[in-house]
Ligand binder design. Structure first.
Ligand SMILES: [Zn+2]
Length: 871
């Protein structure tokens, strides 16, 4: 961008250019020391979002020198790689690759934070507590938009596409420039009043454009240039953050700006503008820094990063790819070198004792040497014979763990880490309860880690949870598997590994996750020692290019830190195992998704759900859950403490599927309907399930519920009249207020239905009119059978009969008598008094209006009682 004289009269720099490039070539940047006057509070420490010193003049020479160095180095390593390949079989190896990343400046070896990550600017106005990013994307699927969302989600930054915000992001800055003046002024006023900044991306263009004026700004835009190096400039209203190459002939030697900080001198709004997209790793860091800067620090990431590297398979590897004494020495040396960069660095070794001394003589010497240096590492029990836990009973699991523990005791390996890893993540998630039991009993395990929750991919969505007091932490992938042993055999070649280290996937894993646990294997430390190369390289790269402070702590502390940082992740969300091929592979053979319900009757209470349950259970193809000792016919899994017992517990309420099973399992828990967490949990475990909701006039439901509670001797219901309950105020006793809520809240049908419909499509939900179920159950049950798609069709006409004495339909028995619901159902109590009825009618009016609108919108039939209520 080219500077202009701003109308406000403040001078702007003469040489500011914003580059809008196509895909920029990814050059190895060269590091610079942080200039004086700059507070390095941000992720990236090589460029400045604040005051900066003059830039150095010798950048071109340095790039050339660097390029030559890299070329020489690559040649050298290539020839070494070749020689190691030739000598694999003889076990006489060439030199493994070394962490060869060169950092021209000093590697940042300070372990303390350079500066607290505090708001850079004070503000008069206050945003609400939980600031979000407001994001404007081009379309739902546009590319940079998706990339922005990926970064925000990976870093757990909340965003919304519309509402109050900490930062506003435009995927296409031109959209912002094109907003009509009235709306633009509204948005700008909001930004100014709340001190909220704006991030904009200039769309990449194919055609070259020179010096087009940016609408409404004293800036000129050049497009279609390549990414150059990164540098700093003097302080103006437009501060360059990153530079582009002047590859076109008519440009002189000067460089152009690729991303720019607009400090708001022109119109009072701070902006960071990016040329191009987020493909280059540096842009991703700059984007996170921009969000932090422009939200005045309200949306900021900590600069602390914890890394733990597990070597899971100590003693587990084939002959020929295990560690020799040289490899063990290299591991120890590497550990010492890493301590310069990450204080107290230790590798975390997981052993399977059964395979001790299972290699060639020089490898067996390596095994012994590891144990001679037992104090140098952290240790944890992997599994005696590396068996997958989900295939074992608890007894066998305990036996295997005992053997490994005895091995540990015999070799002075510590047994108190509280950490363990299951081979192939088996049994951790989906949960195999015997593993958790055996872990607790034999090893007192308190923390583990897995790649599988909620799924292996996408990796950025991996999260933690706590089950039965064992913390399950997410692990990240570093690209080293048991078979990645030689650099020249690395999938995609060495270049793939190096690009992952130099700003790619591995680098970003550490940047995006405050806590990263990486899994490696014994074979990654023998042979070409790829793990040493990988971790030394990535840690040096991070130290060279960022302000991140790297730490490591033992797993137990790491677990406590994790759930302190992310308390919302404590509660698990149990997923449907059969939607994930990998989950199926590590789920016990005797378990089956056929043992999960196909539909749920979700309530609410006192709308006829018990009658419905009885009628459904009459159907030969429909099978209800087994009764619960605590909650009788209802399982009540998704709404309370039972949820933490896990899905094995839940599945035990349903029969093991028979071979020719076409049975429809279902359960009814009438309090699911209004439970805050329930729709999300049901969606996760039973994504295909149908949902059956029954509704009657809400005031009638409230009244019936109150009498139900009295009939069950609820002390509060017995103590207060219905009028006292429904008119209870905030000053009343807690028990009374609680009773009031349970009495009134479920009747806000529209509100709860909307929550279910946030998670389920309308086609999976059926609404039954409880009044109609009472007056014409045959019609309702036929309709429901069709909705559920149940075969064979059951003729309820022959099986339901009106019982005059009871006043409702009952089941016809084989002796042609009627069998009706128990004493509690169809209870008789005095009618509601008129003033309460009037009060409730007014109270529910807005919810009923909303319900009618919702049903009409969804093209559901509107119950007759609702039409009457609204007349
Ligand atoms: Zn393993």
């Amino acid at each position: 961008m080219e500077g202009d004289q701003s109308p406000g009269g403040s001078a702007v720099s003469q040489d500011t250019y914003l580059l809008i490039g196509g895909a920029p070539p990814l050059q190895q940047g060269r590091p610079r020391s942080v200039p004086r006057g700059c507070r390095p509070w941000r992720l990236w420490h090589r460029t400045s979002l604040c005051l900066a010193g003059p830039r150095k003049a010798s950048w071109r020479r340095r790039v050339v020198v660097l390029a030559v160095l890299i070329a020489v180095l690559l040649l050298l390593l290539y020839s070494l790689g070749e020689s190691s390949h030739r000598t694999i079989m003889s076990m006489v190896r060439g030199r493994p690759p070394e962490a060869a990343f060169r950092c021209n400046g000093p590697v940042n070896t300070t372990s303390q934070l350079p500066h607290p990550h505090a708001p850079p600017r004070p503000t008069q106005s206050r945003l609400r507590e939980d600031p979000k990013v407001l994001l404007f994307t081009e379309t739902q699927y546009s590319r940079t938009g998706q990339a922005i969302i990926h970064i925000l989600v990976a870093n757990r930054i909340k965003y919304k596409m519309e509402g109050k915000y900490g930062v506003v992001v435009f995927e296409n800055f031109e959209r912002y420039l094109q907003i009509d003046p009235w709306n633009r002024e509204l948005l700008d006023k909001y930004l100014r009043d709340y001190g909220v900044g704006l991030v904009g991306f200039m769309p990449a263009r194919e055609e070259t454009q020179v010096g087009a004026k940016l609408r409404g700004f004293p800036l000129y835009v050049h497009s279609n240039l390549g990414l150059e190096n990164v540098s700093l400039n003097t302080d103006t209203t437009y501060t360059p953050l990153e530079w582009a190459a002047p590859s076109l002939p008519h440009f002189s030697e000067e460089r152009l700006i690729l991303s720019i900080l607009d400090k708001g001198d022109y119109d009072g709004i701070s902006r960071v503008l990016f040329g191009g997209n987020l493909d280059f790793w540096l842009h991703r860091l700059l984007f996170l820094d921009a969000v932090s800067y422009l939200s005045l620090g309200r949306i900021s990431l900590s600069l602390e990063r914890y890394i733990l590297v597990d070597i899971d398979d100590i003693f587990v590897a084939k002959k020929g790819v295990r560690m020799t004494t040289d490899d063990v020495k290299a591991l120890l040396d590497s550990q010492w070198r890493l301590r310069e960069l990450v204080p107290e660095w230790r590798f975390n070794l997981g052993f399977s004792g059964k395979y001790y001394q299972n290699g060639y003589p020089e490898e067996n010497a390596g095994d012994r040497m590891l144990l001679e240096h037992v104090d140098e590492f952290w240790w944890f029990g992997h599994m005696w014979g590396h068996t997958q836990p989900h295939t074992l009973t608890q007894e066998k699991l305990e036996h295997q763990m005992q053997l490994n523990k005895q091995f540990a005791l015999a070799h002075n390996i510590p047994t108190d880490s509280g950490y363990s890893i299951a081979p192939h993540h088996s049994g951790v998630y989906p949960v195999h309860e015997p593993l958790y039991d055996a872990w607790k009993k034999v090893w007192n395990v308190r923390v583990t880690s897995s790649e599988e929750y909620p799924h292996l991919y996408p990796a950025r969505l991996r999260r933690g949870f706590i089950h039965r007091n064992i913390m399950v932490l997410p692990r990240q992938t570093c690209g080293l598997f048991t078979h990645t042993v030689f650099i020249d055999k690395y999938p995609g070649g060495r270049q793939t590994l190096d690009s992952s280290i130099h700003g790619g996937e591995l680098f970003l894993s550490i940047v995006y996750n405050p806590i990263s646990i990486f899994m490696t294997h014994l074979s990654n430390y023998g042979n070409d020692r790829l793990a040493l190369y990988t971790f030394e390289s990535v840690i040096k790269f991070i130290k060279c290019w960022t302000n991140l402070s790297l730490r490591t702590v033992p797993p137990l502390q790491l677990g406590e830190k994790y759930f302190h940082l992310f308390p919302n992740e404590r509660d698990p969300v149990w997923g449907y195992p059969c939607a994930d091929r990998r989950h199926m592979q590590i789920w016990a053979k005797e378990k089956s998704c056929e043992q999960l319900p196909k539909f749920l009757v979700i309530g609410p209470q006192k709308t006829g759900t018990t009658a419905l349950y009885t009628f459904l259970a009459m159907h030969p193809a429909i099978v209800a859950n087994y009764p619960s000792a605590d909650t009788f016919e209802e399982v009540q899994f998704f709404n309370g403490k039972n949820y933490y017992k896990g899905i094995d517990w839940y599945m035990n309420f349903f029969p093991v599927p028979a071979n020719s099973s076409s049975r429809f399992l279902f359960e009814k828990s009438a309090t699911y309907f209004e439970g805050e967490m329930v729709p999300q949990r049901v969606k996760a475990l039973l994504p295909h399930s149908r949902l059956v909701v029954t509704v009657i006039p809400p005031s009638k439901r409230a009244y019936s519920w109150y009498h139900h509670m009295r009939a069950h001797n609820d002390p509060t219901a017995l103590q207060y009249t219905f009028h006292q309950v429904i008119t209870a105020g905030d000053g009343d006793p807690r028990a009374l207020r609680s009773l009031r809520n349970k009495c009134l809240v479920p009747g806000m049908y529209a509100k709860h239905l909307e929550r279910w419909l946030d998670h389920f499509p309308a086609s999976q939900l059926i609404l039954i009119d409880g009044e109609e179920l009472r007056s014409d159950p045959v019609y309702v049950m036929n309709d429901l059978q069709r909705f559920l798609g149940i075969q064979p069709f059951y003729n309820y006409t022959e099986h339901l009969r009106y019982d005059k004495r009871k006043g409702f339909f009952c089941q016809v028995t084989e002796e042609d008598k009627t069998k009706c619901l128990g004493r509690g159902k169809g209870r008789i109590y005095p009618p509601m008094n008129e003033s309460d009825a009037k009060l409730l009618k007014e109270y529910y009016q807005p919810y009923n209006v909303a319900l009618e609108k919702l049903l009409t919108r969804l093209d559901y039939p509107v119950p007759k009682w609702l039409e009457e209520e609204l007349q």
